[in-house]
Design a protein around this ligand. Structure first.
Ligand SMILES: NC(=O)c1ccc[n+]([C@@H]2O[C@H](COP(=O)([O-])OP(=O)(O)OC[C@H]3O[C@@H](n4cnc5c(N)ncnc54)[C@H](OP(=O)(O)O)[C@@H]3O)[C@@H](O)[C@H]2O)c1
Length: 326
C-alpha cells in the first residue's frame, strides 16, 4: 500500500481526494493545512487519520511515502524540495513552478534524492488524450502541420491566479493546457509571436503563434473572455478535434481516413469521464512508484521542463508586446 500525504486543503485537493480515496493500493494517511482548524476539518471530512499545520511534522512521518502538493504555484518548488529532502516522493500540481529555473531545481532535487517527482498534468493521463495521442503517433494524420487550442472564460479566476505576490498568471494557470497539448505533437517552438493583456502586472489574457519548422501552433488563453474550449491537431490526412473542455475532454471527432469522415460524419472517439477525472494520473503515479521509477514516461522531467521553458518564453514575449489594462 502506498501511503499518501496531502499538502493543501483547497478546492483541487477536495476534488483529487475524492478520486484518490478507494484507489487500489492507496491509503491517505496525513494532511497539512495552513491552520490546524482547516487541516482538522479536512481530515474529518475525508477520514484522514492525521492532520497538522506543521509541514515538518507531516514530512517526518514514516507513514507518508508520497506527498501530493496542491498549494499556489509560487510555493510549489520550495515545498517539493522540502518533501524530497525528507525522503518523500512528490506529485506537484500544475504548473510545476513559476519559472523553468525553479522547475529544474525540483527535478534536480528529485534525482539527487532518488525519489519520484512529477507535475500533475492530468490531461496526459486522461484516456481520451491517451487514445488521440497514440493514434496520431501511429500515423492517423500523417505528418502534423498545425495545432490550435484555447482555454478562455470570463468567469472570475481564483484569487491566487490574479495576485502579483503569488506570481499570478492566466498563462501558467490556463494557458499551460494549450501549450502542453501543442508540445505533444510539435515539441518546443523555434520562434514565438505572442501578445497579451496585463492587469497590475498579472497576465490575464494572451495568445501566441509558435513555429516548429514548417508546422505551427495557434494557442490562446483568457480569464476575461470566452475563447472556444476545443483543441485541434491537423496533418496530411485530416484533423482531430477534442470537444470542450478539451483539457478534460471525453469526446473527439476524427476527420480523417475517408472523404466521408473528413467532410461528412467524422468518427467519434469517446471515453466518458470517471469521478472527477484524476483517477488515471493517480493510479499511474502509484504504479510508477511501486515499480521504483523516478519519473513517468508520459510526463517526464525533460518534457515538463521544456513546457515550462516555453511558458517562460511566451510570457517574456507577451511582456515585451503587451497591452496593459491597469
Ligand atoms: N489539475 C487541476 O484540474 C487543477 C484545478 C485547479 C487548480 N489546480 C492547481 O492546484 C493548485 C492549487 O489550486 P487551488 O485552487 O486548490 O488553490 P487554493 O484553493 O487557493 O489553495 C490551495 C491550498 O494552498 C494553501 N495556500 C494558500 N497560500 C499559500 C501559501 N502562500 N503557502 C502555502 N500554502 C498556501 C491554501 O490555504 P488557505 O485555505 O488557508 O488559503 C490551501 O490549503 C494550483 O497550482 C492550481 O494551478 C489544478
Amino acid at each position: 500500500m502506498l501511503a499518501w500525504g496531502i499538502i493543501g486543503t483547497g478546492d483541487i485537493s477536495e476534488r483529487v481526494i475524492a478520486d484518490l480515496t478507494g484507489l487500489p493500493g492507496v491509503r491517505i494517511t496525513a494532511v497539512w493545512g495552513r491552520t490546524a482548524e482547516r487541516a482538522d476539518e479536512f481530515a474529518r471530512s475525508h477520514g484522514i487519520p492525521f492532520a497538522t499545520a506543521s509541514r515538518d511534522e507531516l514530512l517526518a512521518r514514516a507513514d507518508v511515502d508520497v506527498v501530493y502538493i496542491a498549494t499556489p504555484a509560487h510555493t510549489h518548488a520550495d515545498i517539493a524540495i522540502e518533501a524530497l529532502a525528507a525522503g518523500k516522493h512528490v506529485l506537484i500540481e500544475k504548473p510545476i513552478a513559476t519559472s523553468a529555473d525553479d522547475a529544474a531545481r525540483v527535478y534536480a532535487a528529485a534525482t539527487a534524492a532518488g525519489r519520484f517527482a512529477m507535475e500533475a498534468m492530468w490531461m496526459r493521463f486522461n484516456p481520451l488524450h491517451v487514445e488521440v495521442l497514440d493514434r496520431i503517433r501511429d500515423g492517423a494524420l500523417g505528418e502534423i502541420s498545425s495545432v490550435r487550442a484555447s482555454f478562455g472564460t470570463p468567469f472570475q479566476a481564483r484569487g491566487r491566479v490574479l495576485t502579483p505576490a503569488q506570481s499570478g498568471s492566466i498563462l501558467r494557470d490556463r494557458g499551460i493546457y494549450p501549450v502542453t497539448f501543442a508540445h505533444w505533437f510539435l515539441g518546443a517552438p523555434e520562434s514565438i509571436v505572442a501578445t497579451g493583456v496585463f492587469d497590475e502586472g498579472v497576465d490575464i489574457d494572451g495568445h501566441t503563434t509558435t513555429e516548429h519548422g514548417a508546422a505551427f501552433a495557434q494557442l490562446a488563453w483568457s480569464g476575461i473572455r470566452f475563447l472556444d474550449l476545443t483543441a485541434t491537431v491537423s496533418g496530411e490526412y485530416g484533423w482531430i478535434t477534442i470537444d470542450p473542455m478539451f483539457w478534460a475532454g471525453s469526446r473527439a471527432r476524427v476527420h480523417a481516413g475517408s472523404v466521408q469522415k473528413i467532410f461528412g460524419s467524422p468518427e467519434m472517439v469517446e471515453h466518458p469521464r470517471e469521478g472527477n477525472g484524476y483517477g488515471p494520473i493517480l493510479a499511474a503515479v502509484t504504479e510508477a512508484i511501486g515499480r521504483g521509477e523516478l519519473e513517468h514516461p508520459w510526463h517526464t522531467h525533460a518534457e515538463s521542463l521544456a513546457i515550462t521553458r516555453t511558458l517562460d518564453a511566451v510570457l517574456a514575449t507577451m511582456t515585451a508586446t503587451a497591452r496593459s489594462v491597469r
